[in-house]
Design a protein around this ligand. Sequence first.
Ligand code: URA
Length: 259
Amino acid sequence: MTGTDRSEPNSANDEIEAESPKPERLQKIMARVGIGSRRVSEGYIEEGRVFVNGKVATLGDRVTESDEIAFDGALISTMPDSVTYLLNKPVGVVTTASDPQGRRVVVDLVPDDPRVFPVGRLDMDTEGLLLLTNDGQLAHRLTHPSFGVEKEYLAHVDGDPSRAALRRLREGVELDDGPTHPAKASRVSAGVVKLTIHEGRNRQVRRMLEVVGHPVLRLARTRIGPIADPQLRPGASRKLVQSELIDLQKAVLETDSNS
Ligand code: URA
């Protein structure tokens, strides 16, 4: 207790205290963000699967949104209005929040409140899965080169890649901005290649396939880490559920510890 008169109206201290979030029981916050009911969350705490600010949590812990909560090693977003959408971006839509040339942009395809922004980018002529979020920490972890979550693409190409071409893609090819890391590459059918990469360089898949003699005719991203949704129509979007967010955070961790 300081010497400040606590009843004094309009004191700066009172304003700060009024704005700080009230600590709540850990299991209540876990239930709110969808990890499991309060009872189930208590079980997770007792099993030692929950950490608060890097320390194993105990029943009775109280937390606020500014505390860092991890479940099974995956950071949990506790922002009350945090939202992440999975969009199936159609060809012709620009991956940005606004376009000075007035072209259709990805944020036009998801609800506008709360405002979200795209995580990474797909070329205007690429279709497929794109995440949009208002969770800056998640976006950072998904796009930062040191994490590099796996991304899978389906490419329709000119010609039919030989085994040697696929091997070159797997081993890494020389691009003008340096060699690519080893990738997974397989032939799905004549002229159709599945390519899985960790990096996110500009037009990387198109350039890799060009270098091995098979320019891309059509390109779609079909998976981001553990997230795929073959039922999602082009132009449609949906919110990720908490279990998908946890899987995504785990994929970030796995990549980080493997690197
Ligand atoms: N690689 C590409 O060439 N284009 C994309 O949009 C994404 C990855």
